[in-house]
Every structure is written in structure tokens, then in C-alpha cells.
Design a protein around this ligand. Structure first.
Ligand SMILES: [Zn+2]
Length: 114
């Protein structure tokens, strides 16, 4: 399961940080793009599993979902994508393959217990 390996690498990263700072981590904030190919609910349950028997047990994974933004050549601007199935501008409908954001999968912050 793809989400589990992602969850495990998140936990590994956060665990290293916890050890380095000698602190306990309460929550991990993750930015997740709609095109990252990850199902949020599956990632959440995988995260819980991955935390078992680690210093992160009981911590929370807080997912910030990032919408897909494309560059529209007709509007000459960054626009939201109309849908993930059709790569077209939500404003004018012009097709565009030019993804500006939406592929993110990154840990942006760790909440550390003082
Ligand atoms: Zn457009």
C-alpha cells in the first residue's frame, strides 16, 4: 500500500526531528496536492499505523489539501483547474497541461510539545 510507505517516511522524518530536539511531537502538518496521488483518509489511517511503537504514537497528522492551479495560456494567468479529469482552465475552459501547484507532498510544520 502506497499510502503506508508515505506515512512511514513522514513518521521517520518527524521522529528524527523529535530525537534531535529531545522533544515530543504532537502533530505533523502536511501539505497535500490534489495531484499527489494520495488518498487523505488512507494516509490518515496509515499514519496511525506507522506511529505505533514510535515516539510519535498518539500524534496527529494534519493534512492541508492544496487545490490544483494551472497556468492558462488564454487568460495568461494562474487559474484553478476545472477538474482533475479534464485539464482545462476553470475560467475560460482552455486546455492547459501547465501545472503550477497541486503535486505537493511535503511536511510543512511539526507541533512540538514544550
Ligand atoms: Zn483561462
Amino acid at each position: 500500500m502506497h499510502e503506508l510507505s508515505i506515512a512511514m517516511s513522514i513518521v521517520e522524518l518527524a521522529e528524527e526531528e523529535a530525537v534531535r530536539r529531545g522533544a515530543k511531537i504532537n502533530a505533523v502538518h502536511l501539505k497535500l496536492g490534489a495531484l499527489a496521488g494520495v488518498v487523505t483518509s488512507a494516509l490518515q489511517s496509515s499514519y496511525e499505523m506507522a506511529c505505533e511503537n514510535t515516539p510519535l504514537e498518539g500524534s496527529q497528522l494534519i493534512v492541508e489539501e492544496v487545490p490544483v492551479v494551472v497556468y492558462c495560456p488564454r487568460c495568461r494567468a494562474d487559474r484553478l483547474l476545472s477538474s482533475i479529469q479534464f485539464f482545462t482552465c476553470a475560467e475560460c475552459g482552455a486546455p492547459t497541461p501547465d501545472v503550477v501547484q497541486g503535486k505537493e507532498l511535503e511536511v510543512v510544520a511539526l507541533e512540538i510539545q514544550e
